[in-house]
Design a protein around this ligand. Sequence first.
Ligand SMILES: Nc1ncnc2c1ncn2[C@@H]1O[C@H](COP(=O)(O)OP(=O)(O)OP(=O)(O)O)[C@@H](O)[C@H]1O
Length: 230
Amino acid sequence: MTVLRDVDLTLVAGQITVIIGPSGGGKSTLVRLLNRLEEPSSGEILLNGRNIRLHDPLQLRRKVALVAQKPFVFNGSVLDNLQRPFIFQGDKPPAAEDSRLLELLALCQLSAEWLQRDARSLSVGQQQRLCLARSLAMGPEVLLLDEPTSALDRPTVNSLASSLRKACRKWQLAVLLVTHDLHLAKTIADHLAYLEDGCISEQGLPDELFARPRSNALQCFLSEPSKKQV
Ligand SMILES: Nc1ncnc2c1ncn2[C@@H]1O[C@H](COP(=O)(O)OP(=O)(O)OP(=O)(O)O)[C@@H](O)[C@H]1O
């Protein structure tokens, strides 16, 4: 079964690319292809000009980090969770006072007072920000986010979005965000792409796509009342 075809997309360092589109269109499959959780049957995916097939999947996933829809936290404290990427990379884990750790906490709006708390006792929104901080601790070049805000209320979405924007600019990350939240898409995207039925049929500046969708399909998608209002 062909899920994606004719997909031509470039992620740029320091920019957030957002993918929107109907359910079943292939958004998650596209994300999974980018860090080799799936393999393409044809076509090429390049990281800095080099085919990702030439990268070991585990090494690749340090450079291309994924934050999934459902936050996944490891057993143990918030600090344990944040130390994991360092241990995984063979580095000395940072202590609670380490400036790298404190910077990550501040960026992801996590309180340093929570470091000794059981990570599973955090709210979903806090766990989502912890997952973002843990992914950032890997020092990725590309950050993939597959509907990370679907379970969150508007203030929490706004705070995650602000963390994401700061991290993207500060560390020159190439970010790919999949969302059904059109308000988020419009406010956070530097580049917006509409993926339907396995094809990216329209892409460009968010204001242009929202103001002048070329196809009826995108026009209908943007105006559907069930979507979060812009
Ligand atoms: N492991 C799989 N095996 C077979 N078909 C799959 C598999 N994963 C996804 N598909 C199919 O690929 C298509 C795209 O699915 P995908 O999950 O990528 O869509 P999506 O745009 O992310 O949807 P949603 O917005 O509902 O999460 C669907 O038709 C789905 O049934």
